[in-house]
Structures are given as structure tokens and as C-alpha cells.
Design a protein around this ligand. Structure first.
Ligand SMILES: *Cc1c(COP(=O)(O)O)cnc(C)c1O
Length: 345
């Protein structure tokens, strides 16, 4: 058996998700007639205490749509230089929306500092040389910063700042339930600080496909047109919405186990000579570590692990990423540690 720690996107749908679809409830969602989609969208809006919600085939399309719905052509969107939106989404806002990315330095814990954003905002808005900012995007938890959670006090500060500048905030909350579970708060305690939020059904929640975007009614109405334009309008989308509903019902509270397993893995790693892992930085289901053994390059180490049935991946700057999820139990973690010990012998 392969231990799959490359990503929580490798989670497979549960039997219940696959068996839950009753064809009688399916309909054409472009006409707004798929009962499962309507139910999922109602549920997502309620969980995050927003007026409305819309289903997307992917988080990338949900983020792109959100940016396009908030931002006119020629405006600039403020993003983290380590954000998924900036690094992994193929420049969609520029390509499809004529929008400029303004990358801001990312702190080790995933925050973008207000003072750094301030520098990206032109002092004289009347000066026709400048493109004007239209949106601030923040990521929570932050993937490339190791699954770190944005503190609630920071969200409050950021939302007050954004309001003072009349800028909306979009949160890329691909793994937002990992944050709410780790903080022991209702998701709405996080989303109250932002205007729109994207979350993935397809990661730790283990649904096969789908992401949700939540926000106010007018914003979601705009998003519906943009989604159709981008080719994300789906017909009997209940096929993916129903597993999404099951995911929201059954797969949220168990995320805590993933966090426990991530911590257990980190603690084990930190005790292996030649491995460097800062356990204090593990806040959710993502573990970063380094190999500081001259026998192995990063790529050789990852290959050796794969040869021993352990899948992990590199995530830039010499780091290796391991992600825990519903397909990984405590014994898998022990097994993974045994494999790494063996390699490091
Ligand atoms: C996975 C992810 C996305 C994109 O989701 P896809 O469904 O893979 O397009 C966006 N942001 C973050 C932080 C992610 O981890």
C-alpha cells in the first residue's frame, strides 16, 4: 500500500457520497433546477453567514470568478507573492480579466502586512498614470506557508483597513474548515471579516470535485454570469453537489484527526537525524520539512521515499511537503516515519 502524503486532493469520495445521488433530484443547474445544487448553495451560504453561494468545478475558477466580479479591467488586485492565486492559477485574472496582479511580500505565518499593502496604493487617485487597486486577496490557511492560520485579530485589523480604503477582501479559503476546526470557531467567525470566500470540497473534505464561492447576492449574481462565460456552468451538477453536501455534513469535524496526525508526523520527523522540521509551525494538516543529509539531494530523497511506497512532494525553497487527510491514519504516520528512518540510516 502506498502512503499518499502529496496532497489532500488525493482523498477519494466515501461510499456514502457516491451512493447518495438520486437521479430524481437532478436537474439543469443553468436553469437553476438541480435540487442538490440549490441545497448545497443554501447550506454553504448559511455556514459562512453570507447571502448567497455558487458551486464551481474548481477552486481556481472560483477564485478567478471572484476577482473578476470584484475588479474592473485595468485595475489591480493585491495578492500575496506566495499565494495560490498568484503562483498556481495560471495568471487567470490578467489573461481573462485584464487585471494586474500586485504581489505583496508574505509573512512566515501567511499574513500580508497592512503597511506593505499601503505602499501599493497610489496616494493620488486622480493621477491617471496609476492603475487603482480594486481588491485584496488573502489566503487562509496558507498553503505555501505550511498551512498556517491567519489570526482572528489580524482579520479584524485587515477588514478595518480595507473598509477604510473602500476595498473588498476575497479570502482564498481552500482549506477554511481546517482553520475553523483548529481555532475551534464557527466558520462565520472567520468569514465575517471578508466580502467573499472560496472553499474547496475536494481537499480535506474528500468530495471528488467542486468548490464554493460565498458572498452577497449581487456579487453572486455577477459570479453566475462570469462562471458561464468561463465555461463553468454545469448541467446536472447535483452529481457533484450531493457528495459536497455529504462532505459538509460528515467530513468537517474529523479534520482534527488530520491535524493530530500532522503533528505526530512532525514530532517524529524532528527526531530523525538529518531531517529538519519545526513542529511549532504545524497548525493544520500540512507539514514542511527539509533533508539536511549530504548523501541525498531533495529529488533523490523524494524518489527513494516513492520507491519505499511513501509519496511526498517538494514545495520550493528546498522544502518537502506532507499533507494528512482522511486516507491516512495514525498507523500510516508510523509507517511513513519508519520508511524515512530507514532511508536516513
Ligand atoms: C487547491 C487550492 C486552490 C485551487 O483549487 P483547485 O480546485 O485545485 O483549482 C486554491 N487555493 C488554495 C490555497 C489551494 O490549496
Amino acid at each position: 500500500m502506498v502512503i499518499e502524503l502529496r496532497s489532500d486532493t488525493f482523498t477519494l469520495p466515501t461510499k456514502e457520497m457516491l451512493e447518495a445521488v438520486n437521479p430524481n433530484y437532478l436537474g439543469d443547474d443553468i436553469y437553476g433546477e438541480d435540487s442538490y445544487v440549490l441545497e448545497l448553495e443554501r447550506k454553504a451560504a448559511e455556514i459562512f453567514d453570507k447571502e448567497a453561494s455558487i458551486l464551481f468545478p474548481s477552486g481556481t475558477m472560483a477564485n478567478l470568478t471572484a476577482i473578476m466580479a470584484h475588479s474592473p479591467r485595468g485595475s489591480k488586485v493585491i495578492v500575496g507573492n506566495e499565494s495560490d492565486i498568484y503562483i498556481y492559477e495560471a495568471g487567470g485574472a490578467s489573461v481573462c480579466g485584464g487585471i494586474i496582479y500586485e504581489p505583496i511580500n508574505t509573512q512566515e505565518d501567511g499574513r500580508l502586512l497592512v503597511q506593505d499593502i499601503e505602499r501599493a496604493i497610489p496616494l493620488n487617485k486622480e493621477d491617471p498614470q496609476f492603475s487603482l487597486p480594486s481588491l485584496i486577496c488573502i489566503e487562509n490557511p496558507h498553503n505555501r506557508m505550511g498551512g498556517r492560520i491567519l489570526p482572528l485579530s489580524y482579520l479584524k485589523e485587515m477588514s478595518e483597513y480595507a473598509r477604510s480604503k473602500e476595498l473588498p477582501i476575497h479570502m482564498d479559503g481552500a482549506r477554511i474548515f481546517n482553520a475553523s476546526q483548529a481555532l475551534n470557531v464557527e466558520p462565520r467567525v472567520i468569514s465575517e471579516h471578508v466580502d467573499s470566500l472560496q472553499f474547496c470540497l475536494s481537499k480535506g473534505l474528500s468530495a471528488p470535485i467542486g468548490s464554493m464561492l460565498v458572498g452577497n447576492k449581487d456579487f453572486i449574481l455577477k459570479a453566475r454570469r462570469i462562471r458561464k462565460m468561463l465555461g463553468g456552468g454545469m448541467r446536472q451538477a447535483g452529481i457533484i453537489a450531493r457528495p459536497g453536501i455529504v462532505a459538509l455534513n460528515n467530513m468537517v469535524s474529523r479534520l482534527k484527526k488530520d491535524h493530530e496526525n500532522a503533528e505526530k508526523f512532525g514530532i517524529g520527523l524532528s527526531k530523525i537525524p538529518g531531517i529538519e522540521c519545526n513542529v511549532e509551525k504545524i497548525e493544520t494538516n500540512i507539514v514542511f520539512f527539509r533533508v539536511i543529509d549530504e548523501r541525498y539531494s531533495l529529488i533523490e530523497f523524494i524518489k527513494l521515499a516513492k520507491y519505499n511506497n511513501l509519496n511526498i512532494d517538494e514545495l520550493g525553497y528546498g522544502r518537502i511537503r506532507a499533507v494528512t487527510h482522511s486516507g491516512i491514519d495514525s498507523e500510516d504516520i508510523e509507517q511513513a516515519l519508519t520508511i524515512i528512518k530507514k532511508i536516513m540510516k
